[in-house]
Design a protein around this ligand. Sequence first.
Ligand code: SME
Length: 162
Amino acid sequence: MAEEIAYSENAARSVKYSEIIPQLAALVEGERDVIANLANIVAVLKEAFGFFWVGFYMEKEGELVLGPFQGPVACTRIGFDEGVCGHAFTIGETVVVKNVEEFPGHIACSSESKSEIVLPLFGPEGRKVGVLDVDSDRLDDFSEADEAGLNAIVKIITERVL
Ligand code: SME
């Protein structure tokens, strides 16, 4: 198993995604523990893109509970009707928020978080199991390149991790 992920430091995000995605697939292939794999995935995203906060919230007994993450301390539990994470989980679709202050019910774990993208996670049998939440300290920081790249990563999680 590769212990380092190689990517072009100054390349556009779309290039970085295309570089890291096959390496992430190979990285998780060698390990069967879900938490270990999710932890390495957020580490790669944090390192490659320098996102302010990146992590998972997993569905447990009717709410979302904090999972592996990188970044400042975060809220541990989010209701299905709360925040961007709860909304994305409930509708089962990716939600991009250009300015978190304009999203009704946004949960401000940190005042430095300005924009975010949340993708629902599905198990191999199609059941919703959680979300991947990526926060930026810049307004309107997530483009179609992020949506496509992160979608490819959640597909790897569905097919090879969960
Ligand atoms: N902003 C999120 C809460 C989680 S943190 O930002 C890490 C939300 O509104 O769902």
